[in-house]
Ligand binder design. Structure first.
Ligand code: ATP
Ligand code: MG
Length: 560
C-alpha cells in the first residue's frame, strides 16, 4: 500500500460545495455542469481555465458537462465562432454531454415564461427611452424612481409584448422589464431588462425572433432546463446572483434547483484577454487572425505549438480562487516547456547560418552519425545525421575576436560539434562589408562522440547541420505580444501602445537536418540549444515553415 497514492490534495472550494451537496443527496446526487461561451469570438486561455474547471469537475464526480452557446445577442455572434469553440474544446481533450446546446433553443420557453410573469404582475413593458430608464435607476445609496409604466394594466403589457414579438416596433421603442425592487441596494434588482427589440438575423433562428432575452433572463432558466446542478461562473457575476435566484424562483417547482458559484477569472501578465480587445487586434491587423501564434487564444496557442496537456497542467497548477489575481505568463510557458521536453524529438537546426569548411575532411565523404532523439527518453529512438565536409553553424556561435569566457568558436579555438567531432578554427573569410562568410576548420578524427576518442573534453559544444544535406526552412520567431506586464492597466494609455514591435521575426534562410524534411503541420521539435518549435500550417512539401513555441529558457524574467 502506497501512502502517497492515498494522499489527496486538499479540495478547492467548489469541490467542497459539490461534496457537501452529494452528502445530502441534493438534486438526487447528480453533478451536472456546463460551459456557456458566447459565440462572439474565439476562446482564449481564460476560457481554457473555465473549460478545464467545468469539464474537470464533471469527470472527477462522474457527472456531466454541457456545452451551451449563450447566443442571445445576434449582433455580435457568428457560426465561425461556434465552430471554432467546438474545435478548441475537443482539442483540449474534453467531451460535452450529448449535442451542443444553445440558449436560442429555449427562446420559445423563455417567451412563455415572460408572458406568465406579466400575467402575475411581475413584469411590464416600459416605453421610456433607455437613458431615462438608466437615470431613474439612480445610485445604490438612494432608491430609484418608478417608471410611469410600472403599474400599467397587465393586459396592456401582454398586448405590447406580443406586438414587440410580432415585429410591430423598432429597436429601442420599448423593452420588457421585470418588476422587482426599485429601492434595492443591488442595482441589478431595480427592475432589470428582460427583453429588448433587435431586428437582426440570428445565426440559428434566422428572422424568427426580433426580441431577444438578456443574459440574466436566459442563463438561470437555461441551466434549469438542462438540469444543471452547479453553474460555475466568474466573479463579476456574483452581484447578479440574487437576480439568478429570483429568476429561478419564478419557474422552479419541486426539489431540483441549480446553484450559481463564482470563482476568480484568470488574468495573465503581458496579456490582454477580453474578446473585444482581441477582436480589435485582429480587425486592425496587429496580428494575422484569431489563430496568430501570438494571440492568447486556444487556436493561437495550438498553432504556436502548445499542447493540450500543457494547458491542462497549467490550469491545474493555478487552481481556483475566490479572489482576483494575476498569474505570471511564464508559468504557462513553464508548463509548455515541461511537456515538450518529454515529447519533442531533438533536432539540429541552424537559424542564422554561416558556412564551416572542414579542410581535412574528404570532399565526397558522408558519415552517418546515429543520434538519440531524446537523451532523456531511451524509447524515443535514434536517427541518422549526415556529417560532411561543409557544414553550417549558427552565426553567433563564431566570434572573430571573442572574449575569454566565450566558449564557442573563434580563431585558434576548439569546440565540439553536437554528436560529432571536435573542430578547431584555422581561418575565416569576410565579405566587403566585414561580415564573416566562411570559417575554415580542421577536425580531430579521434574525437568522435560515443567513440573511444570522445573522452577529450573542450569547453563548448555547438549545433550544426550538413550544408549539402540540410533542408531549407522559414522559421518564425514569436515573442510576447506585449512589452508591458499589464497592458490593460494604464488609465491614460491604450493597450495597443504596449504592443511588442519585435513579437515576430521571420528568418528565411534556416537549415534543418534532413531527418526532419518530412515533418507535418503540428509536429513538435526541440532544436537543440534553441528552443521548442512546431511546424506551421503554412508549410507545404516544397517549403517548411516552422514556429518557435518557446525558447529553452525564460529570457523575460531577466529583462524586468
Ligand atoms: P471576455 O470577457 O473575455 O469577452 P466573456 O466572459 O464575455 O469573455 P463568455 O463567452 O461569456 O466570455 O465566457 C464563457 C465562460 O468562460 C464564462 O463562464 C466565463 O465566466 C468564462 N471565462 C471568460 N473569461 C474567463 C477568464 N479570464 N478566466 C476564467 N473564466 C473565464
Ligand atoms: Mg460574456
Amino acid at each position: 500500500m502506497d501512502f502517497q497514492e492515498n494522499e489527496k490534495r486538499s479540495l478547492n472550494f467548489i469541490e467542497s460545495i459539490i461534496e457537501e451537496d452529494l452528502q445530502v443527496n441534493k438534486n438526487q446526487g447528480r453533478v451536472h455542469l456546463r460551459f456557456p461561451p458566447e459565440p462572439n469570438g474565439y476562446l482564449h486561455i481564460g476560457h481554457a481555465k473555465s473549460i478545464c474547471l467545468n469539464f474537470g469537475l464533471a469527470n472527477e464526480y462522474n457527472g456531466l458537462c454541457n456545452l451551451r452557446f449563450d447566443d442571445t445577442n445576434p449582433e455580435k455572434e457568428d457560426v465561425e465562432y461556434v465552430d471554432s469553440i467546438m474545435e478548441d474544446i475537443s482539442w483540449l481533450g474534453f467531451d460535452w454531454d450529448g449535442d451542443p446546446k444553445y440558449a436560442s433553443d429555449y427562446f420559445q420557453q423563455l417567451y412563455d415564461w415572460s408572458v406568465q410573469l406579466i400575467k402575475e404582475g411581475k413584469a411590464y413593458v416600459d416605453e421610456q427611452p433607455q437613458e431615462l430608464i438608466s437615470e431613474q435607476r439612480g445610485v445604490p445609496t438612494r432608491p430609484g424612481i418608478d417608471s410611469p409604466y410600472r403599474n400599467r394594466p397587465v393586459e396592456e403589457s401582454l398586448d405590447l409584448f406580443e406586438r414587440m414579438k410580432n415585429g410591430e416596433f423598432s429597436t429601442g421603442d420599448m423593452i420588457l422589464r421585470s418588476k422587482i425592487d426599485m429601492s434595492s441596494p443591488n442595482m441589478h434588482m431595480r427592475d432589470p431588462i428582460m427583453y429588448r427589440i433587435l431586428h437582426q438575423t440570428h445565426h440559428r433562428t434566422g428572422d424568427d425572433w426580433c426580441i431577444y432575452p438578456m443574459y440574466d433572463w436566459a442563463h438561470g432558466q437555461s441551466d434549469f432546463i438542462e438540469g444543471i446542478t452547479h453553474s460555475v461562473c466568474t466573479l463579476e457575476f456574483e452581484i447578479h446572483r440574487p437576480l439568478y435566484d429570483w429568476a429561478l424562483d419564478q419557474i422552479v417547482e419541486g426539489d431540483y434547483r441549480p446553484r450559481q458559484i463564482e470563482f476568480a477569472r484568470l488574468n495573465l501578465s503581458y496579456t490582454v484577454m477580453s474578446k473585444r480587445k482581441l477582436l480589435e487586434l485582429v480587425k486592425d491587423n496587429h496580428v494575422n487572425g484569431w489563430d496568430d501564434p501570438r494571440m492568447p487564444t486556444i487556436s493561437g496557442f495550438r498553432r504556436r505549438g502548445y499542447t493540450p496537456e500543457s494547458i491542462r497542467n497549467f490550469a491545474d497548477r493555478i487552481g481556483v480562487a475566490k479572489r482576483d489575481n494575476v498569474i505570471d505568463v511564464s508559468l504557462l510557458e513553464f508548463s509548455v516547456r515541461e511537456h515538450l521536453n518529454q515529447i519533442a524529438p531533438r533536432a539540429l537546426a541552424v537559424l542564422d547560418p554561416i558556412k564551416v569548411v572542414i579542410t581535412n575532411y574528404p570532399e565526397s565523404k558522408v558519415e552517418e552519425l546515429e543520434l538519440a532523439n531524446n537523451q532523456n527518453d531511451e524509447n524515443a529512438g535514434t536517427r541518422i545525421v549526415p556529417f560532411t565536409r561543409e557544414l553550417y553553424i549558427e552565426r553567433d556561435d563564431f566570434m572573430e575576436d571573442p572574449p575569454k569566457k566565450f566558449f564557442r568558436l573563434g580563431p585558434e579555438r576548439e569546440v565540439r560539434l553536437v554528436g560529432a567531432y571536435i573542430i578547431k578554427c584555422e581561418d575565416f573569410k569576410k565579405d566587403a562589408e566585414g561580415n564573416i562568410t566562411e570559417v575554415y576548420c580542421t577536425y580531430d578524427p579521434d574525437t568522435k562522440s560515443g567513440g573511444a576518442g570522445a573522452k577529450r573534453k573542450v569547453k563548448g559544444t555547438i549545433h550544426w547541420v550538413s550544408a549539402e544535406k540540410a533542408v531549407d526552412a522559414e522559421v518564425r520567431l514569436y515573442d510576447r505580444l506585449f512589452v508591458d506586464e499589464d497592458p490593460d492597466g494604464h488609465k491614460d494609455k491604450n493597450f495597443k501602445e504596449f504592443l511588442n514591435p519585435d513579437s515576430l521575426k521571420v528568418l528565411q534562410n534556416c537549415k534543418i537536418e534532413p531527418a526532419f524534411s518530412t515533418v507535418k503541420p503540428g509536429d513538435k521539435l526541440q532544436f537543440q540549444r534553441l528552443g521548442y518549435f512546431c511546424v506551421d500550417k503554412d508549410s507545404s512539401h516544397n517549403k517548411l515553415v516552422i514556429n518557435r513555441t518557446v525558447p529553452l529558457r525564460d529570457s523575460w524574467s531577466k529583462r524586468k
